[in-house]
Design a protein around this ligand. Structure first.
Ligand code: GDP
Length: 441
């Protein structure tokens, strides 16, 4: 009996042990299977170009991805890429390819499995369906100078004059006296300053100004209003040759201005003939000739001491014969106080106005640094030849920008162009708001 019991017990223990071994081995097997399922499949990571198909350069990481149709820029875009735009992707040199984003390097491409570093494929140029090769970048257009940058001298002079007015706690008589002094010192002129103050006092009373800042704001508005005017340079009708006459005393920048205007017109696609109408100075004609060669304009000159009217007449004929629409005519400027110079200019104007010539602008060039003297000259020329506009040169060199206000107010002639420096791009259309902002800060 006891023996039977022992035998039964031994059989049970043996059976239990073998089933436990079976279960354990199954469990181990399953765990191994699970581990294998969880383990990443070891495979070489895809390089960016493999992801996007052959022949496409790596994407720029800093820019949002482009849709496929945008990856090949149109021919025009390649010919003149915008200055700030990213370079066309096809032309990006391999060495400049941006680094892979962190997401690629850390998660999808663990360093241990990264392929040996291979150079990026060369840019695809040429071949069927390939993008057009990149054109050399277009030269940057000349930067237009800003009034604010070039009027620093005039601004600091006026600012120190106006500091007294601005520093007052209220608008008393002394504040008005200080404002008048500031305007006269800035070359606004006695007459213009007086009328400006009159208008400002009226407005201050009506609108109950309390602070000097309100007064300065009103001054800003009045100045802009006085400087507004027709800035356009006018053209004759079809079939006629437009003539723009340049008048003014020697040294103001007449020749330089003609050269700069010619450059602007030629850049705008219009051909130009220059007429060396200052026959008194051979040097002036030589200088103009240099400009004509530099900018690619036609050029007509006469004998020294010859008839300036005949030179302008010849220039109009020359332009007409070649289908050139514009003559820019220089004139003498040495004797502005003498009656005979003014008579001479009148004659030049009459001759230039004979068909096919048509004088559409008589531009008086004034040097801003000459101050009120410029205003005296302006009156004489305006009376003699009917000035249609003023070119105010050397504004960059004057501490008295107020002369512009005096010219516009007292002569009623608009300022059309201003010189902000000696460079060819420094002659710009006048802008009243920009000018006043630059002056008052
Ligand atoms: P013109 O005798 O009236 O023909 O005067 P020029 O054209 O020969 O110019 C006289 C000088 O003034 C030259 O040295 C020019 O470079 C210079 N000039 C002309 N316009 C400007 C300007 O807007 N700013 C500066 N700083 N100089 C100018």
């Amino acid at each position: 009996m006891v023996l039977t019991l022992i035998i039964v017990l031994v059989v049970v223990v043996v059976l239990a042990g073998s089933s436990a071994l079976l279960v354990g081995s199954r469990l181990r097997g399953r765990r191994r299977l699970g581990e294998e399922r969880e383990r990443p499949i070891a495979r070489p990571p895809m390089r960016p170009q493999q992801r996007r198909g052959p022949g496409v350069a790596p994407p720029l990481v800093t820019a949002p991805p482009s849709p496929p149709e945008q990856q090949t820029p149109p021919a025009e875009a390649l010919a003149a890429p915008p200055k700030e735009a990213a370079p066309p992707k096809e032309a990006a040199p391999p060495a400049e390819a941006p680094p892979l984003p962190a997401a690629f390097t850390e998660e999808e491409e663990p360093p241990a499995e990264a392929p040996p570093s291979a150079p990026a494929p060369p840019p695809v140029v040429g071949g069927p369906g390939a993008p057009a090769p990149e054109a050399p970048p277009a030269p940057a257009p000349p930067r237009r100078p800003r009034f604010r940058d070039r009027l620093a001298k005039a601004r600091s002079a006026l600012a120190s004059q106006l500091a007294g007015v601005r520093g007052r706690s209220r608008l008393d008589d002394e504040a008005w006296d200080e404002l008048e002094e500031a305007l006269i010192l800035a070359d606004v002129g006695v007459e213009t300053s007086a009328t400006l103050l009159e208008q400002l006092k009226k407005r201050a009373a009506e609108e109950r100004f309390e602070s000097p800042e309100q007064l300065v704001a009103a001054l800003r508005e009045q100045l802009v209003e006085r400087l507004e005017g027709d800035r356009e340079l006018h053209w004759a009708g079809p079939g006629a040759v437009t003539v723009w006459l340049f008048v003014g005393v020697n040294g103001v920048g007449k020749t330089t201005t003609i050269g700069k205007v010619a450059m602007r017109e030629i850049a705008g696609g219009r051909q130009v003939v220059m007429a060396a109408g200052d026959t008194f100075r051979a040097a002036a004609a030589d200088q103009l000739q240099l400009w004509s060669e530099r900018v690619g304009a036609g050029f007509v000159r006469g004998n020294e001491g010859g008839d300036p009217g005949a030179v302008v007449f010849d220039a109009v004929q020359h332009a007409k014969a070649r289908g050139v629409p514009l003559v820019l005519a220089d004139t003498a400027g040495r004797l502005h106080t003498k009656v005979n110079l003014m008579e001479e200019l009148k004659k030049v104007r009459r001759v230039a106005d004979r068909p096919p010539g048509s004088v559409r602008e008589v531009l008086l060039v004034i040097d801003a640094t000459t101050g009120q003297n410029g205003l005296v000259q302006a009156r004489q020329f305006t009376d003699a030849v009917g000035v249609t506009g003023v070119v105010l040169t050397k504004l960059d060199g004057t501490a008295k920008g107020g002369i512009a206000v005096a010219i516009a107010s007292e002569l009623g002639v608009p300022i059309k162009l201003v010189g902000l420096g000696e460079g060819p791009e420094d002659l710009v259309p006048f802008d009243a708001q920009e000018f006043v902002d630059a002056l008052l800060g």
